[in-house]
Design a protein around this ligand. Structure first.
Ligand SMILES: NC(=O)c1ccc[n+]([C@@H]2O[C@H](COP(=O)([O-])OP(=O)(O)OC[C@H]3O[C@@H](n4cnc5c(N)ncnc54)[C@H](O)[C@@H]3O)[C@@H](O)[C@H]2O)c1
Length: 301
């Protein structure tokens, strides 16, 4: 599958998943703007893409503010003439339980993930609408945002917001032919390698050079960053021309379509509900089968 002639921005692509996305898009023929706050890492990715015969340029700047989003789009246009694909991947973690989380920890995560996605997608949508040839916004969500996760108030809120923005923008941008999807990735990176149930297997695979074990790849859906990059190439390509407004999970050997929130059970009471009426009907009515929440705990081996 190729994306020849397309121009992509990948935020946070100095390492981890973003680097794999940038390299895979370049290998499939796209010109790529590599963005990161780590200048050395961004330069290394550009060098790697160019040595493999691809086209790339670096923008070293923190996403979150409008000026940086505008700079990313302007660089794509100045260096490669247009913009077709925006991948909003940059991210940080500042995990802490609610009662200990600081304002700064909350704001930092919201700024990079939620505001970074908003500002970059907005700048990209403006340019793509001007070009008049459609485009792709590929947003990065997370199982934590889909389900909630212990210690991740800031991150889960940002990622749930990103999935909500994908659905909203899929509606708003449909007429312009701009497709918007959220990717829900799982991969062994700096961000996930310390999860206790996974760490020994990841370390073992790295030490021996062997692939990650089948239980991790299949049951837990945790694999390499390259596993996830295939989905980014698909969503950037003409092959995904019918795909928009979706949240698509990928990791290891698993590929999944996430459901969107929808009413699961409904009850009616003529002239409205009193608190007593809700209490009386809860356990035999809409509360009979409450929803589960949280990412299922890894099983480990
Ligand atoms: N690894 C996983 O399993 C997983 C699961 C769900 C979601 N994600 C999401 O995927 C994305 C990438 O995750 P990863 O595991 O590769 O993380 P990572 O920490 O390995 O890489 C993140 C990159 O983003 C860069 N970055 C941080 N703040 C930035 C900013 N303001 N502007 C530009 N660059 C910035 C970092 O320097 C780093 O290079 C994140 O959005 C993350 O939340 C990852």
């Amino acid at each position: 599958m190729d994306v020849v002639g397309k121009v992509a921005v990948v935020t946070g692509s100095g390492r981890g998943l973003g680097r794999a996305y940038a390299e895979a898009l370049a290998a499939a023929g796209a010109a790529v703007v590599v963005n990161d706050v780590d200048g050395d890492a961004a330069k290394q990715v550009v060098d790697a893409i160019e040595s493999a015969g691809g086209r790339a340029t670096a923008v070293v700047a923190p996403v979150g503010e409008t000026a940086v989003a505008d700079q990313l789009v302007a660089t794509a246009v100045a260096e490669f003439g247009r913009l077709d694909v925006m991948v909003t991947n940059a991210g940080i973690l500042r995990d802490r339980v609610l009662w200990k989380m600081s304002d700064e920890e909350f704001d930092d995560v919201i700024r990079v993930h939620l505001r970074g996605t908003f500002t970059c997608a907005r700048a990209a949508a403006q340019r793509m609408r001007e070009q008049g040839e459609g485009g792709r916004l590929i947003l990065v969500a997370s199982p934590a945002g889909q389900r909630g996760n212990f210690g991740q108030t800031n991150y889960a809120a940002a990622k749930a917001g990103i999935a909500a923005m994908a659905r909203t923008w899929a509606m708003e941008l449909a007429k312009a032919g701009i497709l918007v999807n959220a990717v829900v990735p799982v991969a062994a990176t700096e961000m996930t390698r310390t999860i206790p149930a996974f760490a020994p297997a990841i370390e073992e695979a790295e030490r021996t050079g062997a692939p990650l074990p089948r239980w991790l790849r299949r049951d837990e859906g945790l694999g390499t960053v390259e596993d996830v990059a295939s989905l980014i190439v698909f969503l950037a390509s003409d092959a995904s021309a019918e795909v928009t407004g979706q949240a698509i999970g990928i990791g290891g050997d698993r590929l999944a379509l996430w459901s969107h929130p929808a009413e699961k059970s409904v009850a009616y009471s003529q002239d409205g509900w009193t608190a007593e009426g809700i209490a009386a009907s809860w356990s035999s009515g809409i509360g009979a089968e409450p929803e589960s929440y949280g990412i299922p705990a890894p099983q480990g081996r």
